[in-house]
Ligand binder design. Structure first.
Ligand code: ATP
Length: 369
């Protein structure tokens, strides 16, 4: 689907006293997308959301809504609504009145309010709960009231700040699905802030990964997971194994031979490298293959020893120590027909991967981000 930009943050800087939280920060959000800002605590994601909402003013830069600069427009005049982690429902008001509140304040006609609130409650499947008070609702239901209240006046953008983090794990998973469905149904642009990688991957059309006030990568969940741009993104999103390597020969376009732990292997990548360049060769745990044939001569890949293994129902996860001391994580899908599948601790194995499944980036100077 082709989308057009609805919101652009251009060369934004934001300082709190002496601390520069964002500097020269740029971001474009497309109309109708579920966009997630993901990053560790303190990286500046709430600040970005609050700048969009209008609760904070940038020190420099522009915030453009459909091309018009709104950076100086007060929060209540922006066509956005925010759903806070705390939901911020009025405890003494019924569900209906909570949802109707903003419309009443805006002087909307009573008949109109009744129709719009009924619509909003139907969308979040709370029509039967209109007369209840917040304390008579579950966490998930409160969350839905907060969303109904935020969408009832059809904002152009809905901003959600860690909106699911107060819910327990099961409910959170259910609400992730509901939120995504709701967003699709409403067609409103959602900007969602979270530090939860799984949440970001499962709900978003696109994700911005932030670290130390800097945008690290913007992309679809698949791009972020399969082609992380740097070590920080690779290691922040799920688990990953990083081999250090060096380019020894160019074989063709985006095809090289690299020396990895002393073994020369063919690699494919979407970067151009020169002979002698240092690289990180990265593999997700599920992309590693373990060969545990007892005959050393037949065993393929990098030799190692099984340190730990755990069965998760779907996968057998193992920690494998290579001869150079590096520890790898491998997740193998359970295969009942494979007699070699279940290996034991201290067993000698070979670790390998299907050529082309590696993701290669230029080496970074500082090891872990
Ligand atoms: P979390 O996930 O913990 O909410 P975050 O990524 O949303 O973190 P921000 O809340 O945007 O991060 O904060 C980024 C930095 O800005 C932090 O160092 C924080 O202490 C600082 N900061 C945020 N708001 C203010 C403020 N009003 N005054 C001073 N410093 C602030």
């Amino acid at each position: 689907m082709t989308r057009s930009p609805i919101l652009t943050l251009s060369n934004i800087s934001k300082r709190f006293a002496a601390q520069e939280v964002l500097s020269d920060f740029n971001l474009t959000i497309q109309d109708g997308e579920f966009f997630t800002i993901l990053g560790p605590s303190g990286c500046g994601k709430t600040t970005v959301l609050r700048l969009i909402a209008g609760f904070e003013q940038p020190n420099e830069g522009q915030i453009l809504l459909n091309g018009d600069d709104i950076a100086r427009i007060p929060a209540e005049k922006r066509p956005f609504n925010t759903v806070f982690q705390s939901y911020a429902l009025f405890p003494h008001l019924t569900v209906f009145d909570n949802v109707a509140f903003g419309l009443k304040m805006a002087g909307v006609d009573v008949q109109d309010i009744a129709v719009r609130v009924a619509d909003a409650l139907a969308i979040v499947r709370l029509s039967e709960f209109a007369t209840r008070k917040p304390h008579q609702l579950s966490g998930g239901q409160k969350q839905r009231v907060a969303i109904a209240r935020a969408v009832v006046n059809r904002p152009k953008i809905l901003l959600l700040d860690e909106s699911l983090s107060a819910l327990d794990y099961k409910l959170r998973q259910q609400m992730q699905l509901e939120l995504k469905q709701l967003q699709r149904q409403l067609g409103i642009t959602f900007v969602y802030v979270t530090h939860d990688q799984e949440e970001a991957l499962s709900m978003s059309d696109r994700i911005l990964v932030m670290h130390n006030g800097q945008a690290q990568q913007v992309g679809t969940p698949r791009e972020i997971y399969e082609s992380p741009r740097n070590l920080f993104v690779a290691q922040f999103i799920g688990e990953i194994n990083v081999f250090d390597g060096e380019i020894v020969q160019a074989l063709g376009e985006y095809q090289y031979e690299a020396s990895i732990n002393g073994v020369v292997r063919e690699i494919r990548c979407d970067h151009r490298f020169a002979v002698g360049d240092k690289v990180h060769v990265m593999l997700r745990p599920e992309d590693l293959r373990i060969d545990c044939r007892p005959d050393v001569a037949e065993r393929k890949g990098f030799p190692g020893i099984v340190l730990e293994r755990s069965y998760t129902g779907q996968t057998l996860n193992s920690h494998i120590e290579l001869e150079n001391g590096q520890t790898l994580m491998a997740h193998e899908f359970f295969d009942e027909d494979d007699p070699d599948f279940d290996y034991s601790i201290n067993q000698k194995v070979g670790v390998d991967w299907v050529p082309g499944w590696e993701h290669v980036i230029p080496a970074e100077r500082s090891g872990k981000a």
